[in-house]
Design a protein around this ligand. Structure first.
Ligand SMILES: [Zn+2]
Length: 200
């Protein structure tokens, strides 16, 4: 999908300027205003408002004026117009906050779950690993005895934690069998070398 950043205007208020006189045709109470709110958007999702502008039109002579063309009284009236920022102009920001909250919650939940699962290793568990050289990988639990845990390490490493799932395939656990004591496993988790435990 192509992502496009842009700005868009939305008409948020219209009305008549009271006790006004058209700077051109001098007719009374003929000036109507339209206030627009400008907002940024990402593709079609509004992010937040960034400014506003006003169009003034005379209903008698149809001339369009700028704010600066008006007399002081009319300018003051426009300045005092109460404007609300429609909430939908922030929908992109709201979505972003919701997404971040969702990911943080998910992260915390998976941490909690790993902390429980690491205490009861079981055949078939997959441990996600972070090595001191900065690479990531995984290992599979093959057998659990009273004190020991027999594992097979993944043949491959990943550069980033979320890539571990891509190398986590049965055929990738082929040759590197390693045997740990249960206390070694507990230590590896404590020291952050085992970063996640998955159980099917
Ligand atoms: Zn006019």
């Amino acid at each position: 999908m192509m992502v496009l950043i842009g700005v868009q205007d939305s008409n948020i208020k219209n009305g008549q300027i009271l006790d006004s006189k058209c700077p051109k045709c001098e007719s009374k109470n003929s000036l109507n205003f339209s206030i627009y709110r400008r907002y940024t958007h990402l593709t079609l999702i509004p992010l937040f408002p960034i400014g506003k502008y006003v169009n003034i039109e005379c209903s008698n002579c149809s001339t369009i004026f700028d704010y600066d063309d008006l007399d002081k009284n009319s300018q003051l009236q426009l300045k005092n117009e109460k404007l609300n920022n429609p909430i939908w102009m922030y929908s992109g920001c709201i979505l972003l906050v919701l997404a971040i909250t969702f990911f943080i919650n998910n992260y915390i939940e998976s941490k909690d779950e790993s902390a429980i699962l690491i205490k009861t290793p079981a055949k078939g568990d997959i441990y996600h690993l972070k090595f001191s050289n900065g690479y990531y990988s995984s290992m599979r639990i093959d057998q659990v005895t009273k004190d020991s845990i027999y594992t097979t390490h993944n043949d491959y490493d990943a550069y980033l934690p979320y890539e571990i799932k891509d190398i986590d395939k049965p055929e990738n656990y082929s040759k590197r069998t390693i045997h740990y004591s249960k206390s070694e496993i507990a230590n590896l988790y404590k020291e952050g070398e085992i970063i996640e435990v998955l159980r099917k």
